[in-house]
Design a protein around this ligand. Structure first.
Ligand code: PGA
Length: 251
């Protein structure tokens, strides 16, 4: 069985002291539990070095929330994949709906980001998911199919095998409305069928697909118990150490 993953997406929250406190609290709590899951925390860029120092203790891995589509050079404000790699950052969220929406990240840019990440040893956590109007008009499968195909299906099998996917229905992110376990299971199965068509059943079975969107300690057990749900990408609830560790325990 695949080992589940719980990743915390801190988004643009916390000042430095609060971030360090959260990391210390997480370590205190994680020290006392025997987890079956792998834990990844994704703090904002300026806190990555601090977090990656603490990650040496082995309780969690570090992910970035964004990555440049470019290799290096005159791209003011950007952070490259090789910089992240040099700071022991092992994962990066790519294609989050907030970046697609507020920063106009389109399929072409996301493809370039995925390529940069893989070239520099960073595992993409590639997010897909439909908006509420898209689900209401029953376009959710079509939308997710497009996002998965355009963002990832240019990769060869070995490259694709490194990628983690996250299904995050946009209407569930930060809203307190979680997808039902059945809705999550249905979409995860659909994504897996797309992967199977493109890369074969073995790769499809081995691919990690996380669920994200208002995941909490109250609903995580049921969501993670669904076939094909390999853990969670957790936003708001990852900012509270106890709550986040509870979720990790349920995975
Ligand atoms: P949420 O965010 O858990 O606060 O809904 C999830 C995400 O955006 O990754």
């Amino acid at each position: 069985m695949r080992k589940k993953i719980v990743a915390g997406n801190w988004k643009m929250n916390l000042c430095f002291e609060e971030a360090e406190e959260l990391v210390e609290e997480l370590i205190d709590l994680l020290e006392d539990v025997e987890l079956k899951s792998e834990v990844i925390i994704c703090p904002p860029f300026p806190y990555l070095e601090m977090a990656s120092d603490y990650a040496q203790e082995g309780f969690f891995k570090i992910g970035a929330q964004n990555i440049s589509p470019f290799e290096a050079g005159a791209y003011t404000g950007e952070v490259s994949a090789s910089m992240l790699d040099s700071m022991e950052v092992s994962h990066c969220i790519i294609g989050h709906s907030e970046r697609r929406k507020y920063f106009n990240e389109d399929d072409k840019m996301l493809t370039a980001k995925v390529n940069q990440a893989l070239e520099h040893n960073i595992i993409p956590i590639f997010c897909v998911g439909e908006s509420l109007p898209e689900r209401e008009s029953e376009k959710h499968f079509e939308v997710v199919r497009r996002q998965v195909r355009h963002g990832l299906f240019h990769l060869d099998t070995d490259e694709f095998a490194k990628v983690i996917l996250a299904y995050e229905p946009v209407w569930a992110i930060g809203t307190g409305i979680t997808a039902t376990p059945a809705q999550a299971a249905e979409m995860h199965a659909y994504i897996r069928s797309l992967i199977s068509e493109r890369y074969g059943e073995e790769v499809s079975k081995a691919t990690m697909i996380l669920y994200g969107g208002s995941c909490t300690s109250k609903n995580a057990a049921e969501l993670f118990a669904q076939p094909g749900v390999d853990g969670g990408l957790v936003g708001g609830a990852s900012l509270k150490a106890e709550e986040f560790v509870e979720i990790c325990k349920l995975a």
